[in-house]
Design a protein around this ligand. Sequence first.
Ligand code: CA
Length: 173
Amino acid sequence: MTTAETSSSYVRPGDYLGLCAARGFAYVVWTDGRGGDSDIYFAKANLTPPDTTQPFIEIASPLDGENLTSTDVIVTGTAVDNVAVERVEIRSDRLDWARANGTSSWSGNLSLSVGDNTIYARATDTAGNSNTTSVRVNVAIPATPLPSWPLIVAPSIAVAGIVAFLLLRRRHP
Ligand SMILES: [Ca+2]
């Protein structure tokens, strides 16, 4: 704290001269208020270094580039932080953020649209740092298959048979 020692003539009571976050201490320096050759006092307090490291988050499912056959999807993943993950939120590119269940291991439901979708997941730590990741997926709903030919042909033959039977009865009562 050479700054405090060399600037004593400018120090006023209550002056706050230094925050040495790297050392984990705050230094508060003040005089006795009488002017002149006032003494300088140092107060040292333990500080928790601020958490400026953003969390890491990963989407495990669905995979990036995956082709889905339903608009309803369960999104799962993991998140980790140097201190603690406070919350995980997910959204698609057409929806607002919604809270996922869990933090270090999380999951949530999303309703997607047919076509291309981007799924985002955001982790926020207890200091407010956040990090977002995303995957792109495509949703294509399979077309309803046509009934197989026996289901079409068999009733047609049956109807034709009944009609023929009725016509023959009318000609030969
Ligand atoms: Ca952090």
